[in-house]
Design a protein around this ligand. Structure first.
Ligand SMILES: [Zn+2]
Length: 161
């Protein structure tokens, strides 16, 4: 089990809604309950494979960067914003890339806002895929209990922002 990286200071982007910022910090601490994380906690879920591509174990890096489908989203966003994201698009790499970019603060804030918004929609869409079926209902309840218990927030709360 990976230990959370607690060395990164908490920060918030003022351009994104408060609840979206709430998503971001557990993400950096690797506490977003991906299928693999839930499995490591002994929570029985149907599969630990990525629900989007079914090709890889769903880790944080895969879910938000490494998944082929997610990579296509980053490519499109990069073309739109006119930036080249790092080849490793896991959350930690993206933050390091943002921190080391030599841009004006205004540009940095805007790109960061778009990055956070991208994470947000990847996260939301992933939940819709996982929980969009009747079979997913049981997992949703288990998942909700775990979220509220371990993480202090509820996915439905986040899903309707
Ligand atoms: Zn995938």
């Amino acid at each position: 089990m990976e230990l959370p990286n607690v060395s990164r200071p908490t920060r918030r982007n003022k351009f994104v809604p408060k609840m979206v910022n709430i998503l971001v910090w557990p993400l950096f601490l690797n506490r977003i309950p991906t299928r693999k994380n839930l499995s490591l906690k002994g929570i029985g879920i149907a599969s630990i494979l990525c629900p989007i591509c079914s090709n890889s174990v769903k880790t944080l890096d895969h879910a938000f960067g490494g998944c082929l489908q997610v990579g296509k989203i980053w490519d499109a966003i990069g073309r739109w914003v006119n930036v080249v994201f790092p080849s490793n698009k896991g959350p930690e790499s993206i933050v390091e890339w943002l921190d080391s970019a030599r841009w004006l603060k205004k540009k940095k804030d805007v790109v960061e806002e778009i990055v956070i918004t991208t994470w947000w929609f990847i996260w939301r869409t992933r939940n819709e895929v996982i929980f969009g079926s009747v079979e997913g209902y049981r997992d949703l309840i288990i998942y909700s209990i775990v979220l509220v218990s371990f993480y202090g927030f509820h996915p439905v709360m986040l899903s309707y922002i």
